[in-house]
Design a protein around this ligand. Structure first.
Ligand code: GLT
Ligand code: MN
Ligand code: MN
Length: 388
């Protein structure tokens, strides 16, 4: 039996808002009492997590006085020291307070936009104070219910201007900080701007400091609209933009469920873990999810342990896949290459194009080859089902 105990090198992190989620939903009141940030750090220490992330207001309530804030920070710092947990990522809550009902950076009201920027500047300072190296932007309210209300191009420009401002601020302060943009298609707004990781990647290229900005793809956000999460993550990775990742699970076409990692689509979770491990992703594995509303705090621990344990089991399965002789033989067969076409690939030249135009292909012979993906997929399923 393998050891699935989480270790610091696995970089498993949780947000204060995840294990601290009280189980409130649009139809029902909280089912769990609220715990202080320090208490949540001890809980995460108990389940052997590596780090804890926070929104400014997860740590310091929006209306806290200076003295209250200092006391909370002191307790939080002590809990971190006692447990050895670190704070790899921080972010701003730009969605909860009524002031953000029509967006933060993209609001039509200049006072809201200025307040959102001010709040973020202070939240960046707070994150850096606790050692955060990645700063996430999730624009939960940056969208519309009615497109009569806002010019989409204006909203995108306002968003760009804000991110540019924060890049300059971080440089000015000498902060060792990277930004990670998190996409979501909808909820809490009817529709959100930059709805997928792909949209975010394109947006980043339009910034003044694209080198400082990457993405924080979230599994549930892409599964909500039924797209392949791993493909988006691969695109981000290939572009050098995978700065952070939010792991959880989700049934397509539903509200944002934030389910325990691997609890819904084990195959999608497997391909994701295999991808991250194969390429050697070194960032946090952040579980942005929460326990079912049926649970008490013992259940919250079960939830947190479950996320990490499933990740480690899938990591082991990925290694098994990579070492499986039959699977590797099939892959070698599928990827067979006698080199006869090599002359046509790579950089364009007129000669290459002309020779390729003159080449004849036996389409029927090529197409008649069976690719054996049925066998390959069954073998993968059997690894996951534990019979191989
Ligand atoms: C919120 C959201 C998440 C974001 C968090 C960061 S807050 O819980 O559903 O996807 O990552 O702002
Ligand atoms: Mn989510
Ligand atoms: Mn998230």
């Amino acid at each position: 039996m393998s050891d699935y105990t989480p270790k610091p090198e696995h970089k498993f992190t949780f947000g204060l808002w995840t294990v601290g989620n009280p189980g409130r939903d649009p139809f029902g009141a909280p089912v769990r009492s609220s715990k202080t940030p320090a208490e949540l750090v001890y809980l995460l220490g108990e389940v052997c997590a590596y780090g804890v992330n926070f929104h400014d207001n997860d740590l310091i309530p929006i209306d806290a006085t200076f003295t209250e804030a200092e006391a909370i920070k002191k307790d939080f710092r002590k809990a971190l020291a006692d447990t050895g947990l670190v704070v790899p990522m921080a972010t701003t809550n730009l969605f909860y307070d009524p002031v953000f009902k029509d967006g933060a950076f993209t609001s039509n009201d200049p006072k809201v936009r200025a307040y959102a920027i001010q709040k973020t500047l202070k939240a960046i300072d707070l994150g850096v104070e606790f050692g955060a190296k990645v700063y996430v932007f999730w624009g939960g309210r940056e969208g519309t219910e009615t497109d009569s209300s806002k010019k989409a191009t204006e909203a995108i420009k306002r968003n760009r201007e804000a991110i540019n401002f924060f890049c300059e601020y971080a440089l000015d302060q000498g902060y060792d900080l990277k930004f990670a943009l998190e996409a979501k298609p909808n909820e809490p707004r009817g529709d959100l701007y930059n709805p997928t990781t792909g949209h975010m990647l394109a947006f980043i290229e339009s910034l003044d400091h694209p080198e400082m900005v990457g993405v924080n793809p979230e599994m549930a956000h892409e599964h909500m609209v039924g797209i392949n999460f791993m493909h988006g993550v691969a695109q981000a990775w290939e572009a050098g933009k995978l700065f952070h990742i939010d792991l959880n699970d989700q049934y397509p076409g539903r509200y944002d469920q934030d389910l325990r990692f691997g609890s819904r689509d084990i195959k999608a979770a497997f391909y994701l873990v295999k991808f991250l491990e194969d390429v050697g992703y070194e960032g946090s594995r952040h579980f942005d999810a929460h326990a079912y509303r049926t649970e008490d705090f013992e259940g919250v621990k079960d939830f947190a342990r479950g996320c990490m344990r499933t990740y480690l089991i899938l990591k082991e399965k990925a290694a098994q896949f990579n070492a499986d002789k039959e699977i590797q033989a099939l892959l070698a067969e599928i990827n067979e290459d006698d080199g006869s076409m090599s002359q046509y690939f790579g950089k364009y030249s007129a000669e290459k194009a002309n020779t390729l135009k003159a080449q004849s292909f036996d389409r029927n012979a090529i197409a008649s080859r069976g690719l054996r993906y049925e066998r390959l997929d069954q073998l993968t399923a059997e690894i996951l089902l534990g019979v191989r």
